[in-house]
Structures are given as structure tokens and as C-alpha cells.
Design a protein around this ligand. Structure first.
Ligand code: ZN
Ligand code: ZN
Length: 128
């Protein structure tokens, strides 16, 4: 059990919280946080993901993408834009309605943590 510098941990945590509408690979995070050593950023991300503060939203090629997870995010689905990389929350009634539609059509029980991928309105309007 090792402990990391508290200031480094809160720097990494704060970075994800401040950019809570999108996800980052550990490489992107390390590049944005030049004050924290790269290997420490990687270990802190793994630790925060274990604790449930970050969740893996997708993979960018072979790299994992992590995003800040608000409390309660495990009980609704998310939509992720392939244009700008933002992830947005679906509210619980929408999540339940999707589950019902899929279940009655196929008998399939969809996970609450499902992330749909698509293109958001802003990106569609600017043609990304
Ligand atoms: Zn959410
Ligand atoms: Zn977008």
C-alpha cells in the first residue's frame, strides 16, 4: 500500500472534475499536467478508477479513456460524441425507457452503464 503526494492526487482529481464532460487517456492527462510525473499520473488514474471516481468510458484505439464520474452515474446510461469526445448523461426515465424497449424486443437486459456513441447536435450543425 503506497501513498501518493496529496497535492498530486488533488491535481489529477481536479483536472478530471474540471473537464467532467469529456474523457482523457492517461497520456493526454499526463501531457496536460506537467507538474505531476507521468508515472504518478498513470498510477493515480488507476487508483481513482478503482475507487469509482473515474470510469472507463471507451477506448481510443488501444488506449483506455477515463472520465470523471459523478455520484449516481452508475444508475443511468450515457451518450458519447465521436466528434468532440464529450460524454453526456441520459436521465433515469430515459435509461429505464431504453431498457424496457430493448428488453421487450429482445429479452436482453441492457446494463445501466451502457454508453451510446454518436454525434451531438453541435457537431452535426458544424458538420464534424
Ligand atoms: Zn452520468
Ligand atoms: Zn460533439
Amino acid at each position: 500500500m503506497s501513498t501518493y503526494n496529496t497535492r498530486q492526487r488533488s491535481t489529477v482529481e481536479g483536472f478530471f472534475r474540471d473537464h467532467g464532460d469529456r474523457g482523457f487517456t492517461p497520456e493526454d492527462t499526463a501531457a496536460a499536467l506537467s507538474s505531476v510525473p507521468r508515472s504518478t499520473v498513470y498510477r493515480l488514474i488507476a487508483q481513482l478508477a478503482d475507487e469509482g471516481m473515474l470510469r472507463r468510458t471507451a477506448t481510443d484505439g488501444r488506449k483506455a479513456v477515463y472520465q470523471y464520474q459523478e455520484k449516481g452515474c452508475s444508475s443511468h446510461m450515457h451518450i458519447r460524441c465521436l466528434g468532440c469526445g464529450r460524454t453526456m448523461h441520459l436521465d433515469e426515465p430515459t435509461t429505464r425507457a431504453i431498457e424496457e424497449i430493448v428488453s421487450s424486443a429482445t429479452g436482453f437486459d441492457v446494463l445501466d452503464t451502457t454508453v451510446f456513441e454518436g454525434v451531438c447536435r453541435e457537431c452535426r450543425e458544424c458538420g464534424r
